[in-house]
Design a binder for this molecule. Sequence first.
Ligand code: F6R
Length: 365
Amino acid sequence: ELGPYSHFMQKEINEQPRAVSDTAEIFLDGGFIAENFGEQAAQIFAEINSIKILACGTSYYAALTGKYWLESIAKIRCDVEIASEYRYREVIADPKELIITISQSGETLDTMEALKYAMTQGHQYSLSICNVMESALPRNSTLAIFTRAGAEIGVASTKAFTTQLVVLFGLAVTLGIVRGQVDDERADGYAEDLRLLPGSIQHALNLEPQLATWAQSFANKPSALFLGRGIHYPIALEGALKLKELTYIHAEAYPAGELKHGPLALVDENMPVVVISPNDGLLDKVKANMQEVSARGGELFVLSDLDSDFTASDGIHVIRTPRHIGILSPIVHTIAVQLLSYHVALVRGTDVDKPRNLAKSVTVE
Ligand code: F6R
């Protein structure tokens, strides 16, 4: 079943052009229409005034990324919460707020319980974004849409995450149309972005040999920092989680602007710092943050795109995707952080497909 690959994770990382293209087809074949999300979606989408997304782990980071698209494209307010926190606090429910759950397995107990809690508190409508058809979350939601990642066997989520992002982007455009924020011309532009995405992911996969050369610099370090700003901050979070679970190296992610408020104290020549910084409008800000790291002797590993003018120098390593990807750039930069963690794990000899202490589907509290 592994074919030419050594691990399921490696196979699943490499399946992403296909998984993403299959998932994008929902919108490219069907159009950005409410019906993609279920029979009642047109009526519900017209009625809602805000969104709350509940999820755990990597699916929670997908939600954080989706918030940027939902607010910037559809102009709808969106909150994101960790399911295990939401379910145990007093909440103010709003019947016109759509509850979205995101889950690869559809069986994560905390997410399921958070959904039930939201409904008992007075919410009316829920949408499940899920990868497994016959699972609890879509079964218990008003609306459902399925990612087309296919079975994911590696414990660490890879293709499930990137396909969740495709659905969230499709949702943002669909809601943008329903709410009169996206006209035909812009919708065509977003469709074109989706069409180009699998090719851009393939370009990112082709960077693997370069990313593998970075792995050695991480493998013997006690910890690592991941920085990003704006829509790339959740990808920094995802990069840090992948490194932790696959290699057992301590890793943390920060919005780069927060460095000076504390974490900068950690930076010295023993702290590799990964910076996710394509040219997304915040590039100059991120460059200033990188100066703060360099000045303390920190070694920088910069993931960027062709549109930026980064050049490698002493203590600054740069890998650039071969084109600027625009609004879907978080999806493309995810590939790089997946591959980096995978190669660090290979150097350290950890169990890539079954990290210690973890289970694929977390059905306990
Ligand atoms: C990390 C990972 C986990 C899951 C989390 C939620 O690589 O896979 O953090 O994302 O346990 O799982 P689902 O998406 O099945 O609800």
